[in-house]
Design a protein around this ligand. Sequence first.
Ligand SMILES: Nc1ncnc2c1ncn2[C@@H]1O[C@H](COP(=O)(O)OP(=O)(O)O)[C@@H](O)[C@H]1O
Ligand SMILES: [Mg+2]
Length: 257
Amino acid sequence: MIKAVKYMGALKRGETKPHLFECEDGNLYVVKLMSNPVGKMILVHEHIANGLAKYLGLPVAEGKVIYLSRDLIDRTPEIQKFNMEPGPHFGCLYYKNAVRPTTEKRIIKCQNLHQMAGVIVFDHWVRNRDRCSNYFNLIIDEGAVHNKLYMIDHAGCFHSSIRSSKRLKATAYYMDVFWGDLYKEFQPFLSDKKLFYRYISAIEQFPDDEIERIVLSTPPEWESDTTELDGLAAYLIERKNNLKEPIKKLLSNHWGI
Ligand SMILES: Nc1ncnc2c1ncn2[C@@H]1O[C@H](COP(=O)(O)OP(=O)(O)O)[C@@H](O)[C@H]1O
Ligand SMILES: [Mg+2]
């Protein structure tokens, strides 16, 4: 957990109305608040998806628990209307040169383009339906020589704001096939099935106790009910072995490989 030291303003987009803070490590973070309009439970999804993606080596914007102090809130009058509470909130590292993954020119300059296969497999594992056709939940950090893709926004995983352990238990077996314009942008550049299958194996080999460790590292202020956390871990453990079918379908029905 790191402390926020300075408020830098509200982000222009996003249903969860994130804010930008400078933190004690000198970096800027995009912070989703416990009081965000979609609900506190999405911080749990951000935290867990971030930890899982990081473990897999996927290019997720580095996530951190960001502590907002009473002192910072009190001395920043412009944030008082956002109902910010002192305590832990979720932040991810801000990329100031972020652009949307739209043109071929931008995409082929990405040195980690092949990792998009992993992003797609990952979205199916955690049931993230909010990327396949959303150009705002994958960013390209533009550099002078190379670009790099980063995953952001995992609020919508695990059924988003209607997640419950009961719903997760009842739906874990069902693997949706996600498809949309954002995924389609990458189709011309990823033509080797093996790339996708390598990520499926990596998820199958994800140790159950690591999954549990990541899930249980959720701050209790965001989820105090351990039944909910146990339900999330069980959901991930069940689904990690069910990825072959949906990815096979996606590749043959949409990708043409
Ligand atoms: N790490 C980041 N670096 C740069 N811009 C970001 C980052 N995270 C979010 N943004 C910008 O803020 C917007 C809203 O953030 P997002 O996480 O997608 O919130 P929401 O869940 O409300 O959609 C994004 O669409 C993007 O434009
Ligand atoms: Mg978003």
